[in-house]
Design a protein around this ligand. Structure first.
Ligand SMILES: [Zn+2]
Length: 665
């Protein structure tokens, strides 16, 4: 049957003629692409996000099978039910001519916000669209709906835009159904926020409201992950009549994947949803916990999202809405949204599989949440059987060690590396239950370590210009451990021999600070080096004589990689070429923040190597395409300690030296 996707039609029957079956509403509008950075600079929350999703759904023939809805601007009265008048007025007027000269200044007063001429219309459309779709689902005109909207909403608070969010779209629609259209009979709403960040705005808006069960699973890391406060902790359970109706599942670490999310669904969300018995479910569907996301650092697959969604469709008579929040890898968000939409269309069984177990930290968090909430949800009162909780992947910090950089594109493995079982045995939890291929164990062990013996005979100088200038901090990368100010432990190198020799040297290059936060230090920039020779600058570096094998392991840790590698990061012949010329680059970890080894010359005939970001990122830093960020206090203090204890600078000089490095390139 020929069906033409007319995106401008208001609504129509299912194209495949499946009347009476699942009617899935689909909402997308190009006008929401009018919100973008005023200077055209790259920003992860950009119009291509929703375009990519729409294109993917179109190429899969999805719109023809859905009821395509038109976007509508939200009426003030609905937005005002969760936002202040001041805030609504600001967003309404921010795109007008009279605000043009002040727009950037106003945006800078908020946390992670930009405005342009298209921001107002996009914000009103995003909220209005979710309201529109929610009404149709509540009325039963649609079974379910997917709202591909931006700007996202869940960080937006009552009186404040925040974290790329202008209006809290999901909260506006929730309040609209409960208070604006009580005759539709929607009295209890479950909001499931699976965006990798905590839905701080939504939490606050329904904090005391028992009609809304707000559930958020997010990276928290003890308050260091954005929005970097305690609001997302599991002890935040609501207040007054809303006590017990706010559930946070705060991950202690990144790298959580399908197995971790499924465990939370099975042992927290689904039992509670059964008891709460919602009339409608709205998913704050950010896809930044998806594998490949540059900000999220988690590993949820499209299959994982399908399963999570499918499990929720058993409630509220299937009345469920997906509302886009974050998600910044265009392929990941498009594939994930496609997988979810196919589940809503209910046309085929979910295919795929997920191996592996949850992290130990996942079980710890699940048990803490269950204990905290068991008085309100008796179904959570039982202790989980040990048989279940003993099924765990090794601690992520051991495989993915502490690092000064977030690895942007590494997918990581959470299974124990085949060649490492013996090495890790005495440091981590009993490994007997882990998925280790016993048969191939010896064989892999023998072959994969051969490069190590070769690399252990090659000496290099590792030139450090960041926190590693302080010897006790650097030794964490060799011996393992953690020093004051660090929020994560390092695993150390395979070879734990301390450096043979240490010396200091100055180099004519520019030191600078970039990146928003790091695994080791939390929010704040970390040091990078522009290795171009420029006699205007004098960067003080501490050189450690270690082996190439150890340098390889330091690079793994800096870039958040596991030891599960069959071959070294370095190509020895390429390394020889790198070391023939000063300031030569070799990319050793593709796309990672410290993925480039640079030769700074030789000392006593031994090459001096350091690590920094790619030449293209250095250009981006130079021209402001990537933001510079001053270091956090703990990180700066460590650098200063290194310079002072290394007898290079006085404390006053060291402080000024760090301060100078925060200037634009
Ligand atoms: Zn997010």
């Amino acid at each position: 049957m020929d069906v033409v996707a007319e995106t401008d039609s208001v609504s129509r029957e299912n194209g495949d003629g499946s009347h009476g079956q699942r009617r899935v509403g689909l909402l997308y509008d190009d006008r929401m692409c009018e919100h973008y950075t005023p200077d055209g600079d790259y920003h992860p929350e950009n119009p291509n996000r929703i375009r990519a999703i729409w294109k993917k759904l179109q190429s899969a023939g999805i719109p023809e099978r859905c009821v395509v809805l038109d976007a509508k601007e939200a009426e003030d009265k609905y937005i005002l039910s969760v936002h202040s008048k001041n805030h609504v007025n600001l967003i309404r007027n921010i795109s007008s001519k009279q605000f043009a000269s002040r727009r950037n200044k106003i945006a800078s007063k908020f946390n992670s916000i930009y405005f342009n001429e298209g921001s107002s219309v996009a914000a009103f459309l995003a909220s209005g669209s979710v309201v529109e779709a929610a009404e149709k689902v509540a009325k039963g005109e649609l079974s379910t709906a997917v709202a591909i909207v931006r700007p996202p909403g869940h960080h937006a608070e009552q009186d404040e835009a925040m974290g790329f969010c202008l209006f809290n779209n999901v909260a506006v629609a929730t309040s609209f159904l409960l208070d604006g259209r009580p005759e539709l009979g929607i009295n209890k709403i479950l909001i499931v926020d699976w965006d990798v960040h905590h839905g701080n705005g939504t939490q606050k808006m329904f904090w005391k409201d028992p009609r809304v069960l707000f559930f958020s699973v997010h990276r928290h890391e003890f308050g260091t992950f954005y929005p970097a406060n305690d609001d997302g902790f599991y002890t935040m359970i609501g207040e007054g009549p809303g006590t017990g109706y706010n559930i946070n599942v705060p991950w202690e670490n990144g790298r959580c994947g399908d197995a971790d999310y499924f465990a939370v669904w099975d042992h927290i969300l689904i039992p509670v949803a059964k008891d709460f018995n919602p009339d409608l479910i709205i998913i704050s569907a950010g896809f930044d916990a998806a594998v490949g996301d540059p900000l999220g650092g988690c590993c949820v697959t499209p299959y994982g999202y399908s399963v999570m969604l499918k499990k929720l469709m058993n409630f509220a008579q299937g009345r469920i809405m997906l509302v886009l929040e974050g998600g910044y890898n265009l392929d990941s968000i498009a594939n994930s949204m496609l997988a979810c939409t196919e589940v809503l269309l209910d046309d085929k069984p979910i295919s795929g599989s997920s191996d592996g177990y949850p992290f130990e930290s996942t079980w710890r968090v699940i048990q803490a949440v269950r204990r905290e909430l068991s008085t309100f949800w008796p179904t959570l009162a039982d202790e989980l059987p040990e048989k279940l909780t003993s099924q765990k992947a090794p601690h992520p910090h051991i495989l993915i060690s502490s690092s000064d950089s977030d690895t942007e594109d590494d997918k990581g493995s959470k299974f124990v590396p085949k060649n490492l079982e013996d090495v890790l045995q005495d440091v981590i939890q009993p490994l007997s239950k882990l998925k280790v291929n016993e048969d191939s164990h010896d064989q892999v062990d023998a072959t994969s370590n051969s490069w190590r013996s070769e690399f252990s005979t090659i000496s290099i100088w590792y030139a450090t210009y960041g926190s590693n200038m302080w010897k006790p901090r650097f030794l964490c990368y060799i011996e393992g451990g953690q020093v004051e100010g660090m929020i994560k432990q390092c695993f150390g190198s395979m070879d734990k021999t301390t450096p043979k020799e240490i010396q200091w040297k100055n180099f004519p290059c520019r030191l600078f600070f970039g990146h928003e936060s790091s695994h080791s230090w939390g929010p704040g920039g970390v040091a990078f080096l522009n290795p171009e020779r420029n006699t205007k600058y004098n960067t003080c570096m501490c050189l450690y004589r270690i082996t190439l094998e150890q340098f390889n392991d330091v690079l793994l840790q800096e870039n958040g990689l596991s030891y599960d590698i069959e071959s070294p990061l370095f190509d020895l012949s390429a390394l020889k070429t790198t070391t023939t010329k000063e300031f030569n680059f070799q990319e050793v970890v593709k796309g990672a923040w410290y993925g480039n080894a640079v030769c700074l010359g030789k000392e006593q005939g031994i090459p001096i190597l350091t690590m920094t970001c790619s030449p293209s990122n250095i250009e981006r830093f130079k021209y402001g395409k990537l933001p510079l960020h001053a270091p956090c206090e703990a990180y700066a203090t460590t650098l200063i300690k290194g310079l002072v204890e290394g007898k290079q600078l006085s404390e006053v000089e060291a402080t000024a030296y760090i301060e100078a490095a925060t200037k634009p390139l």
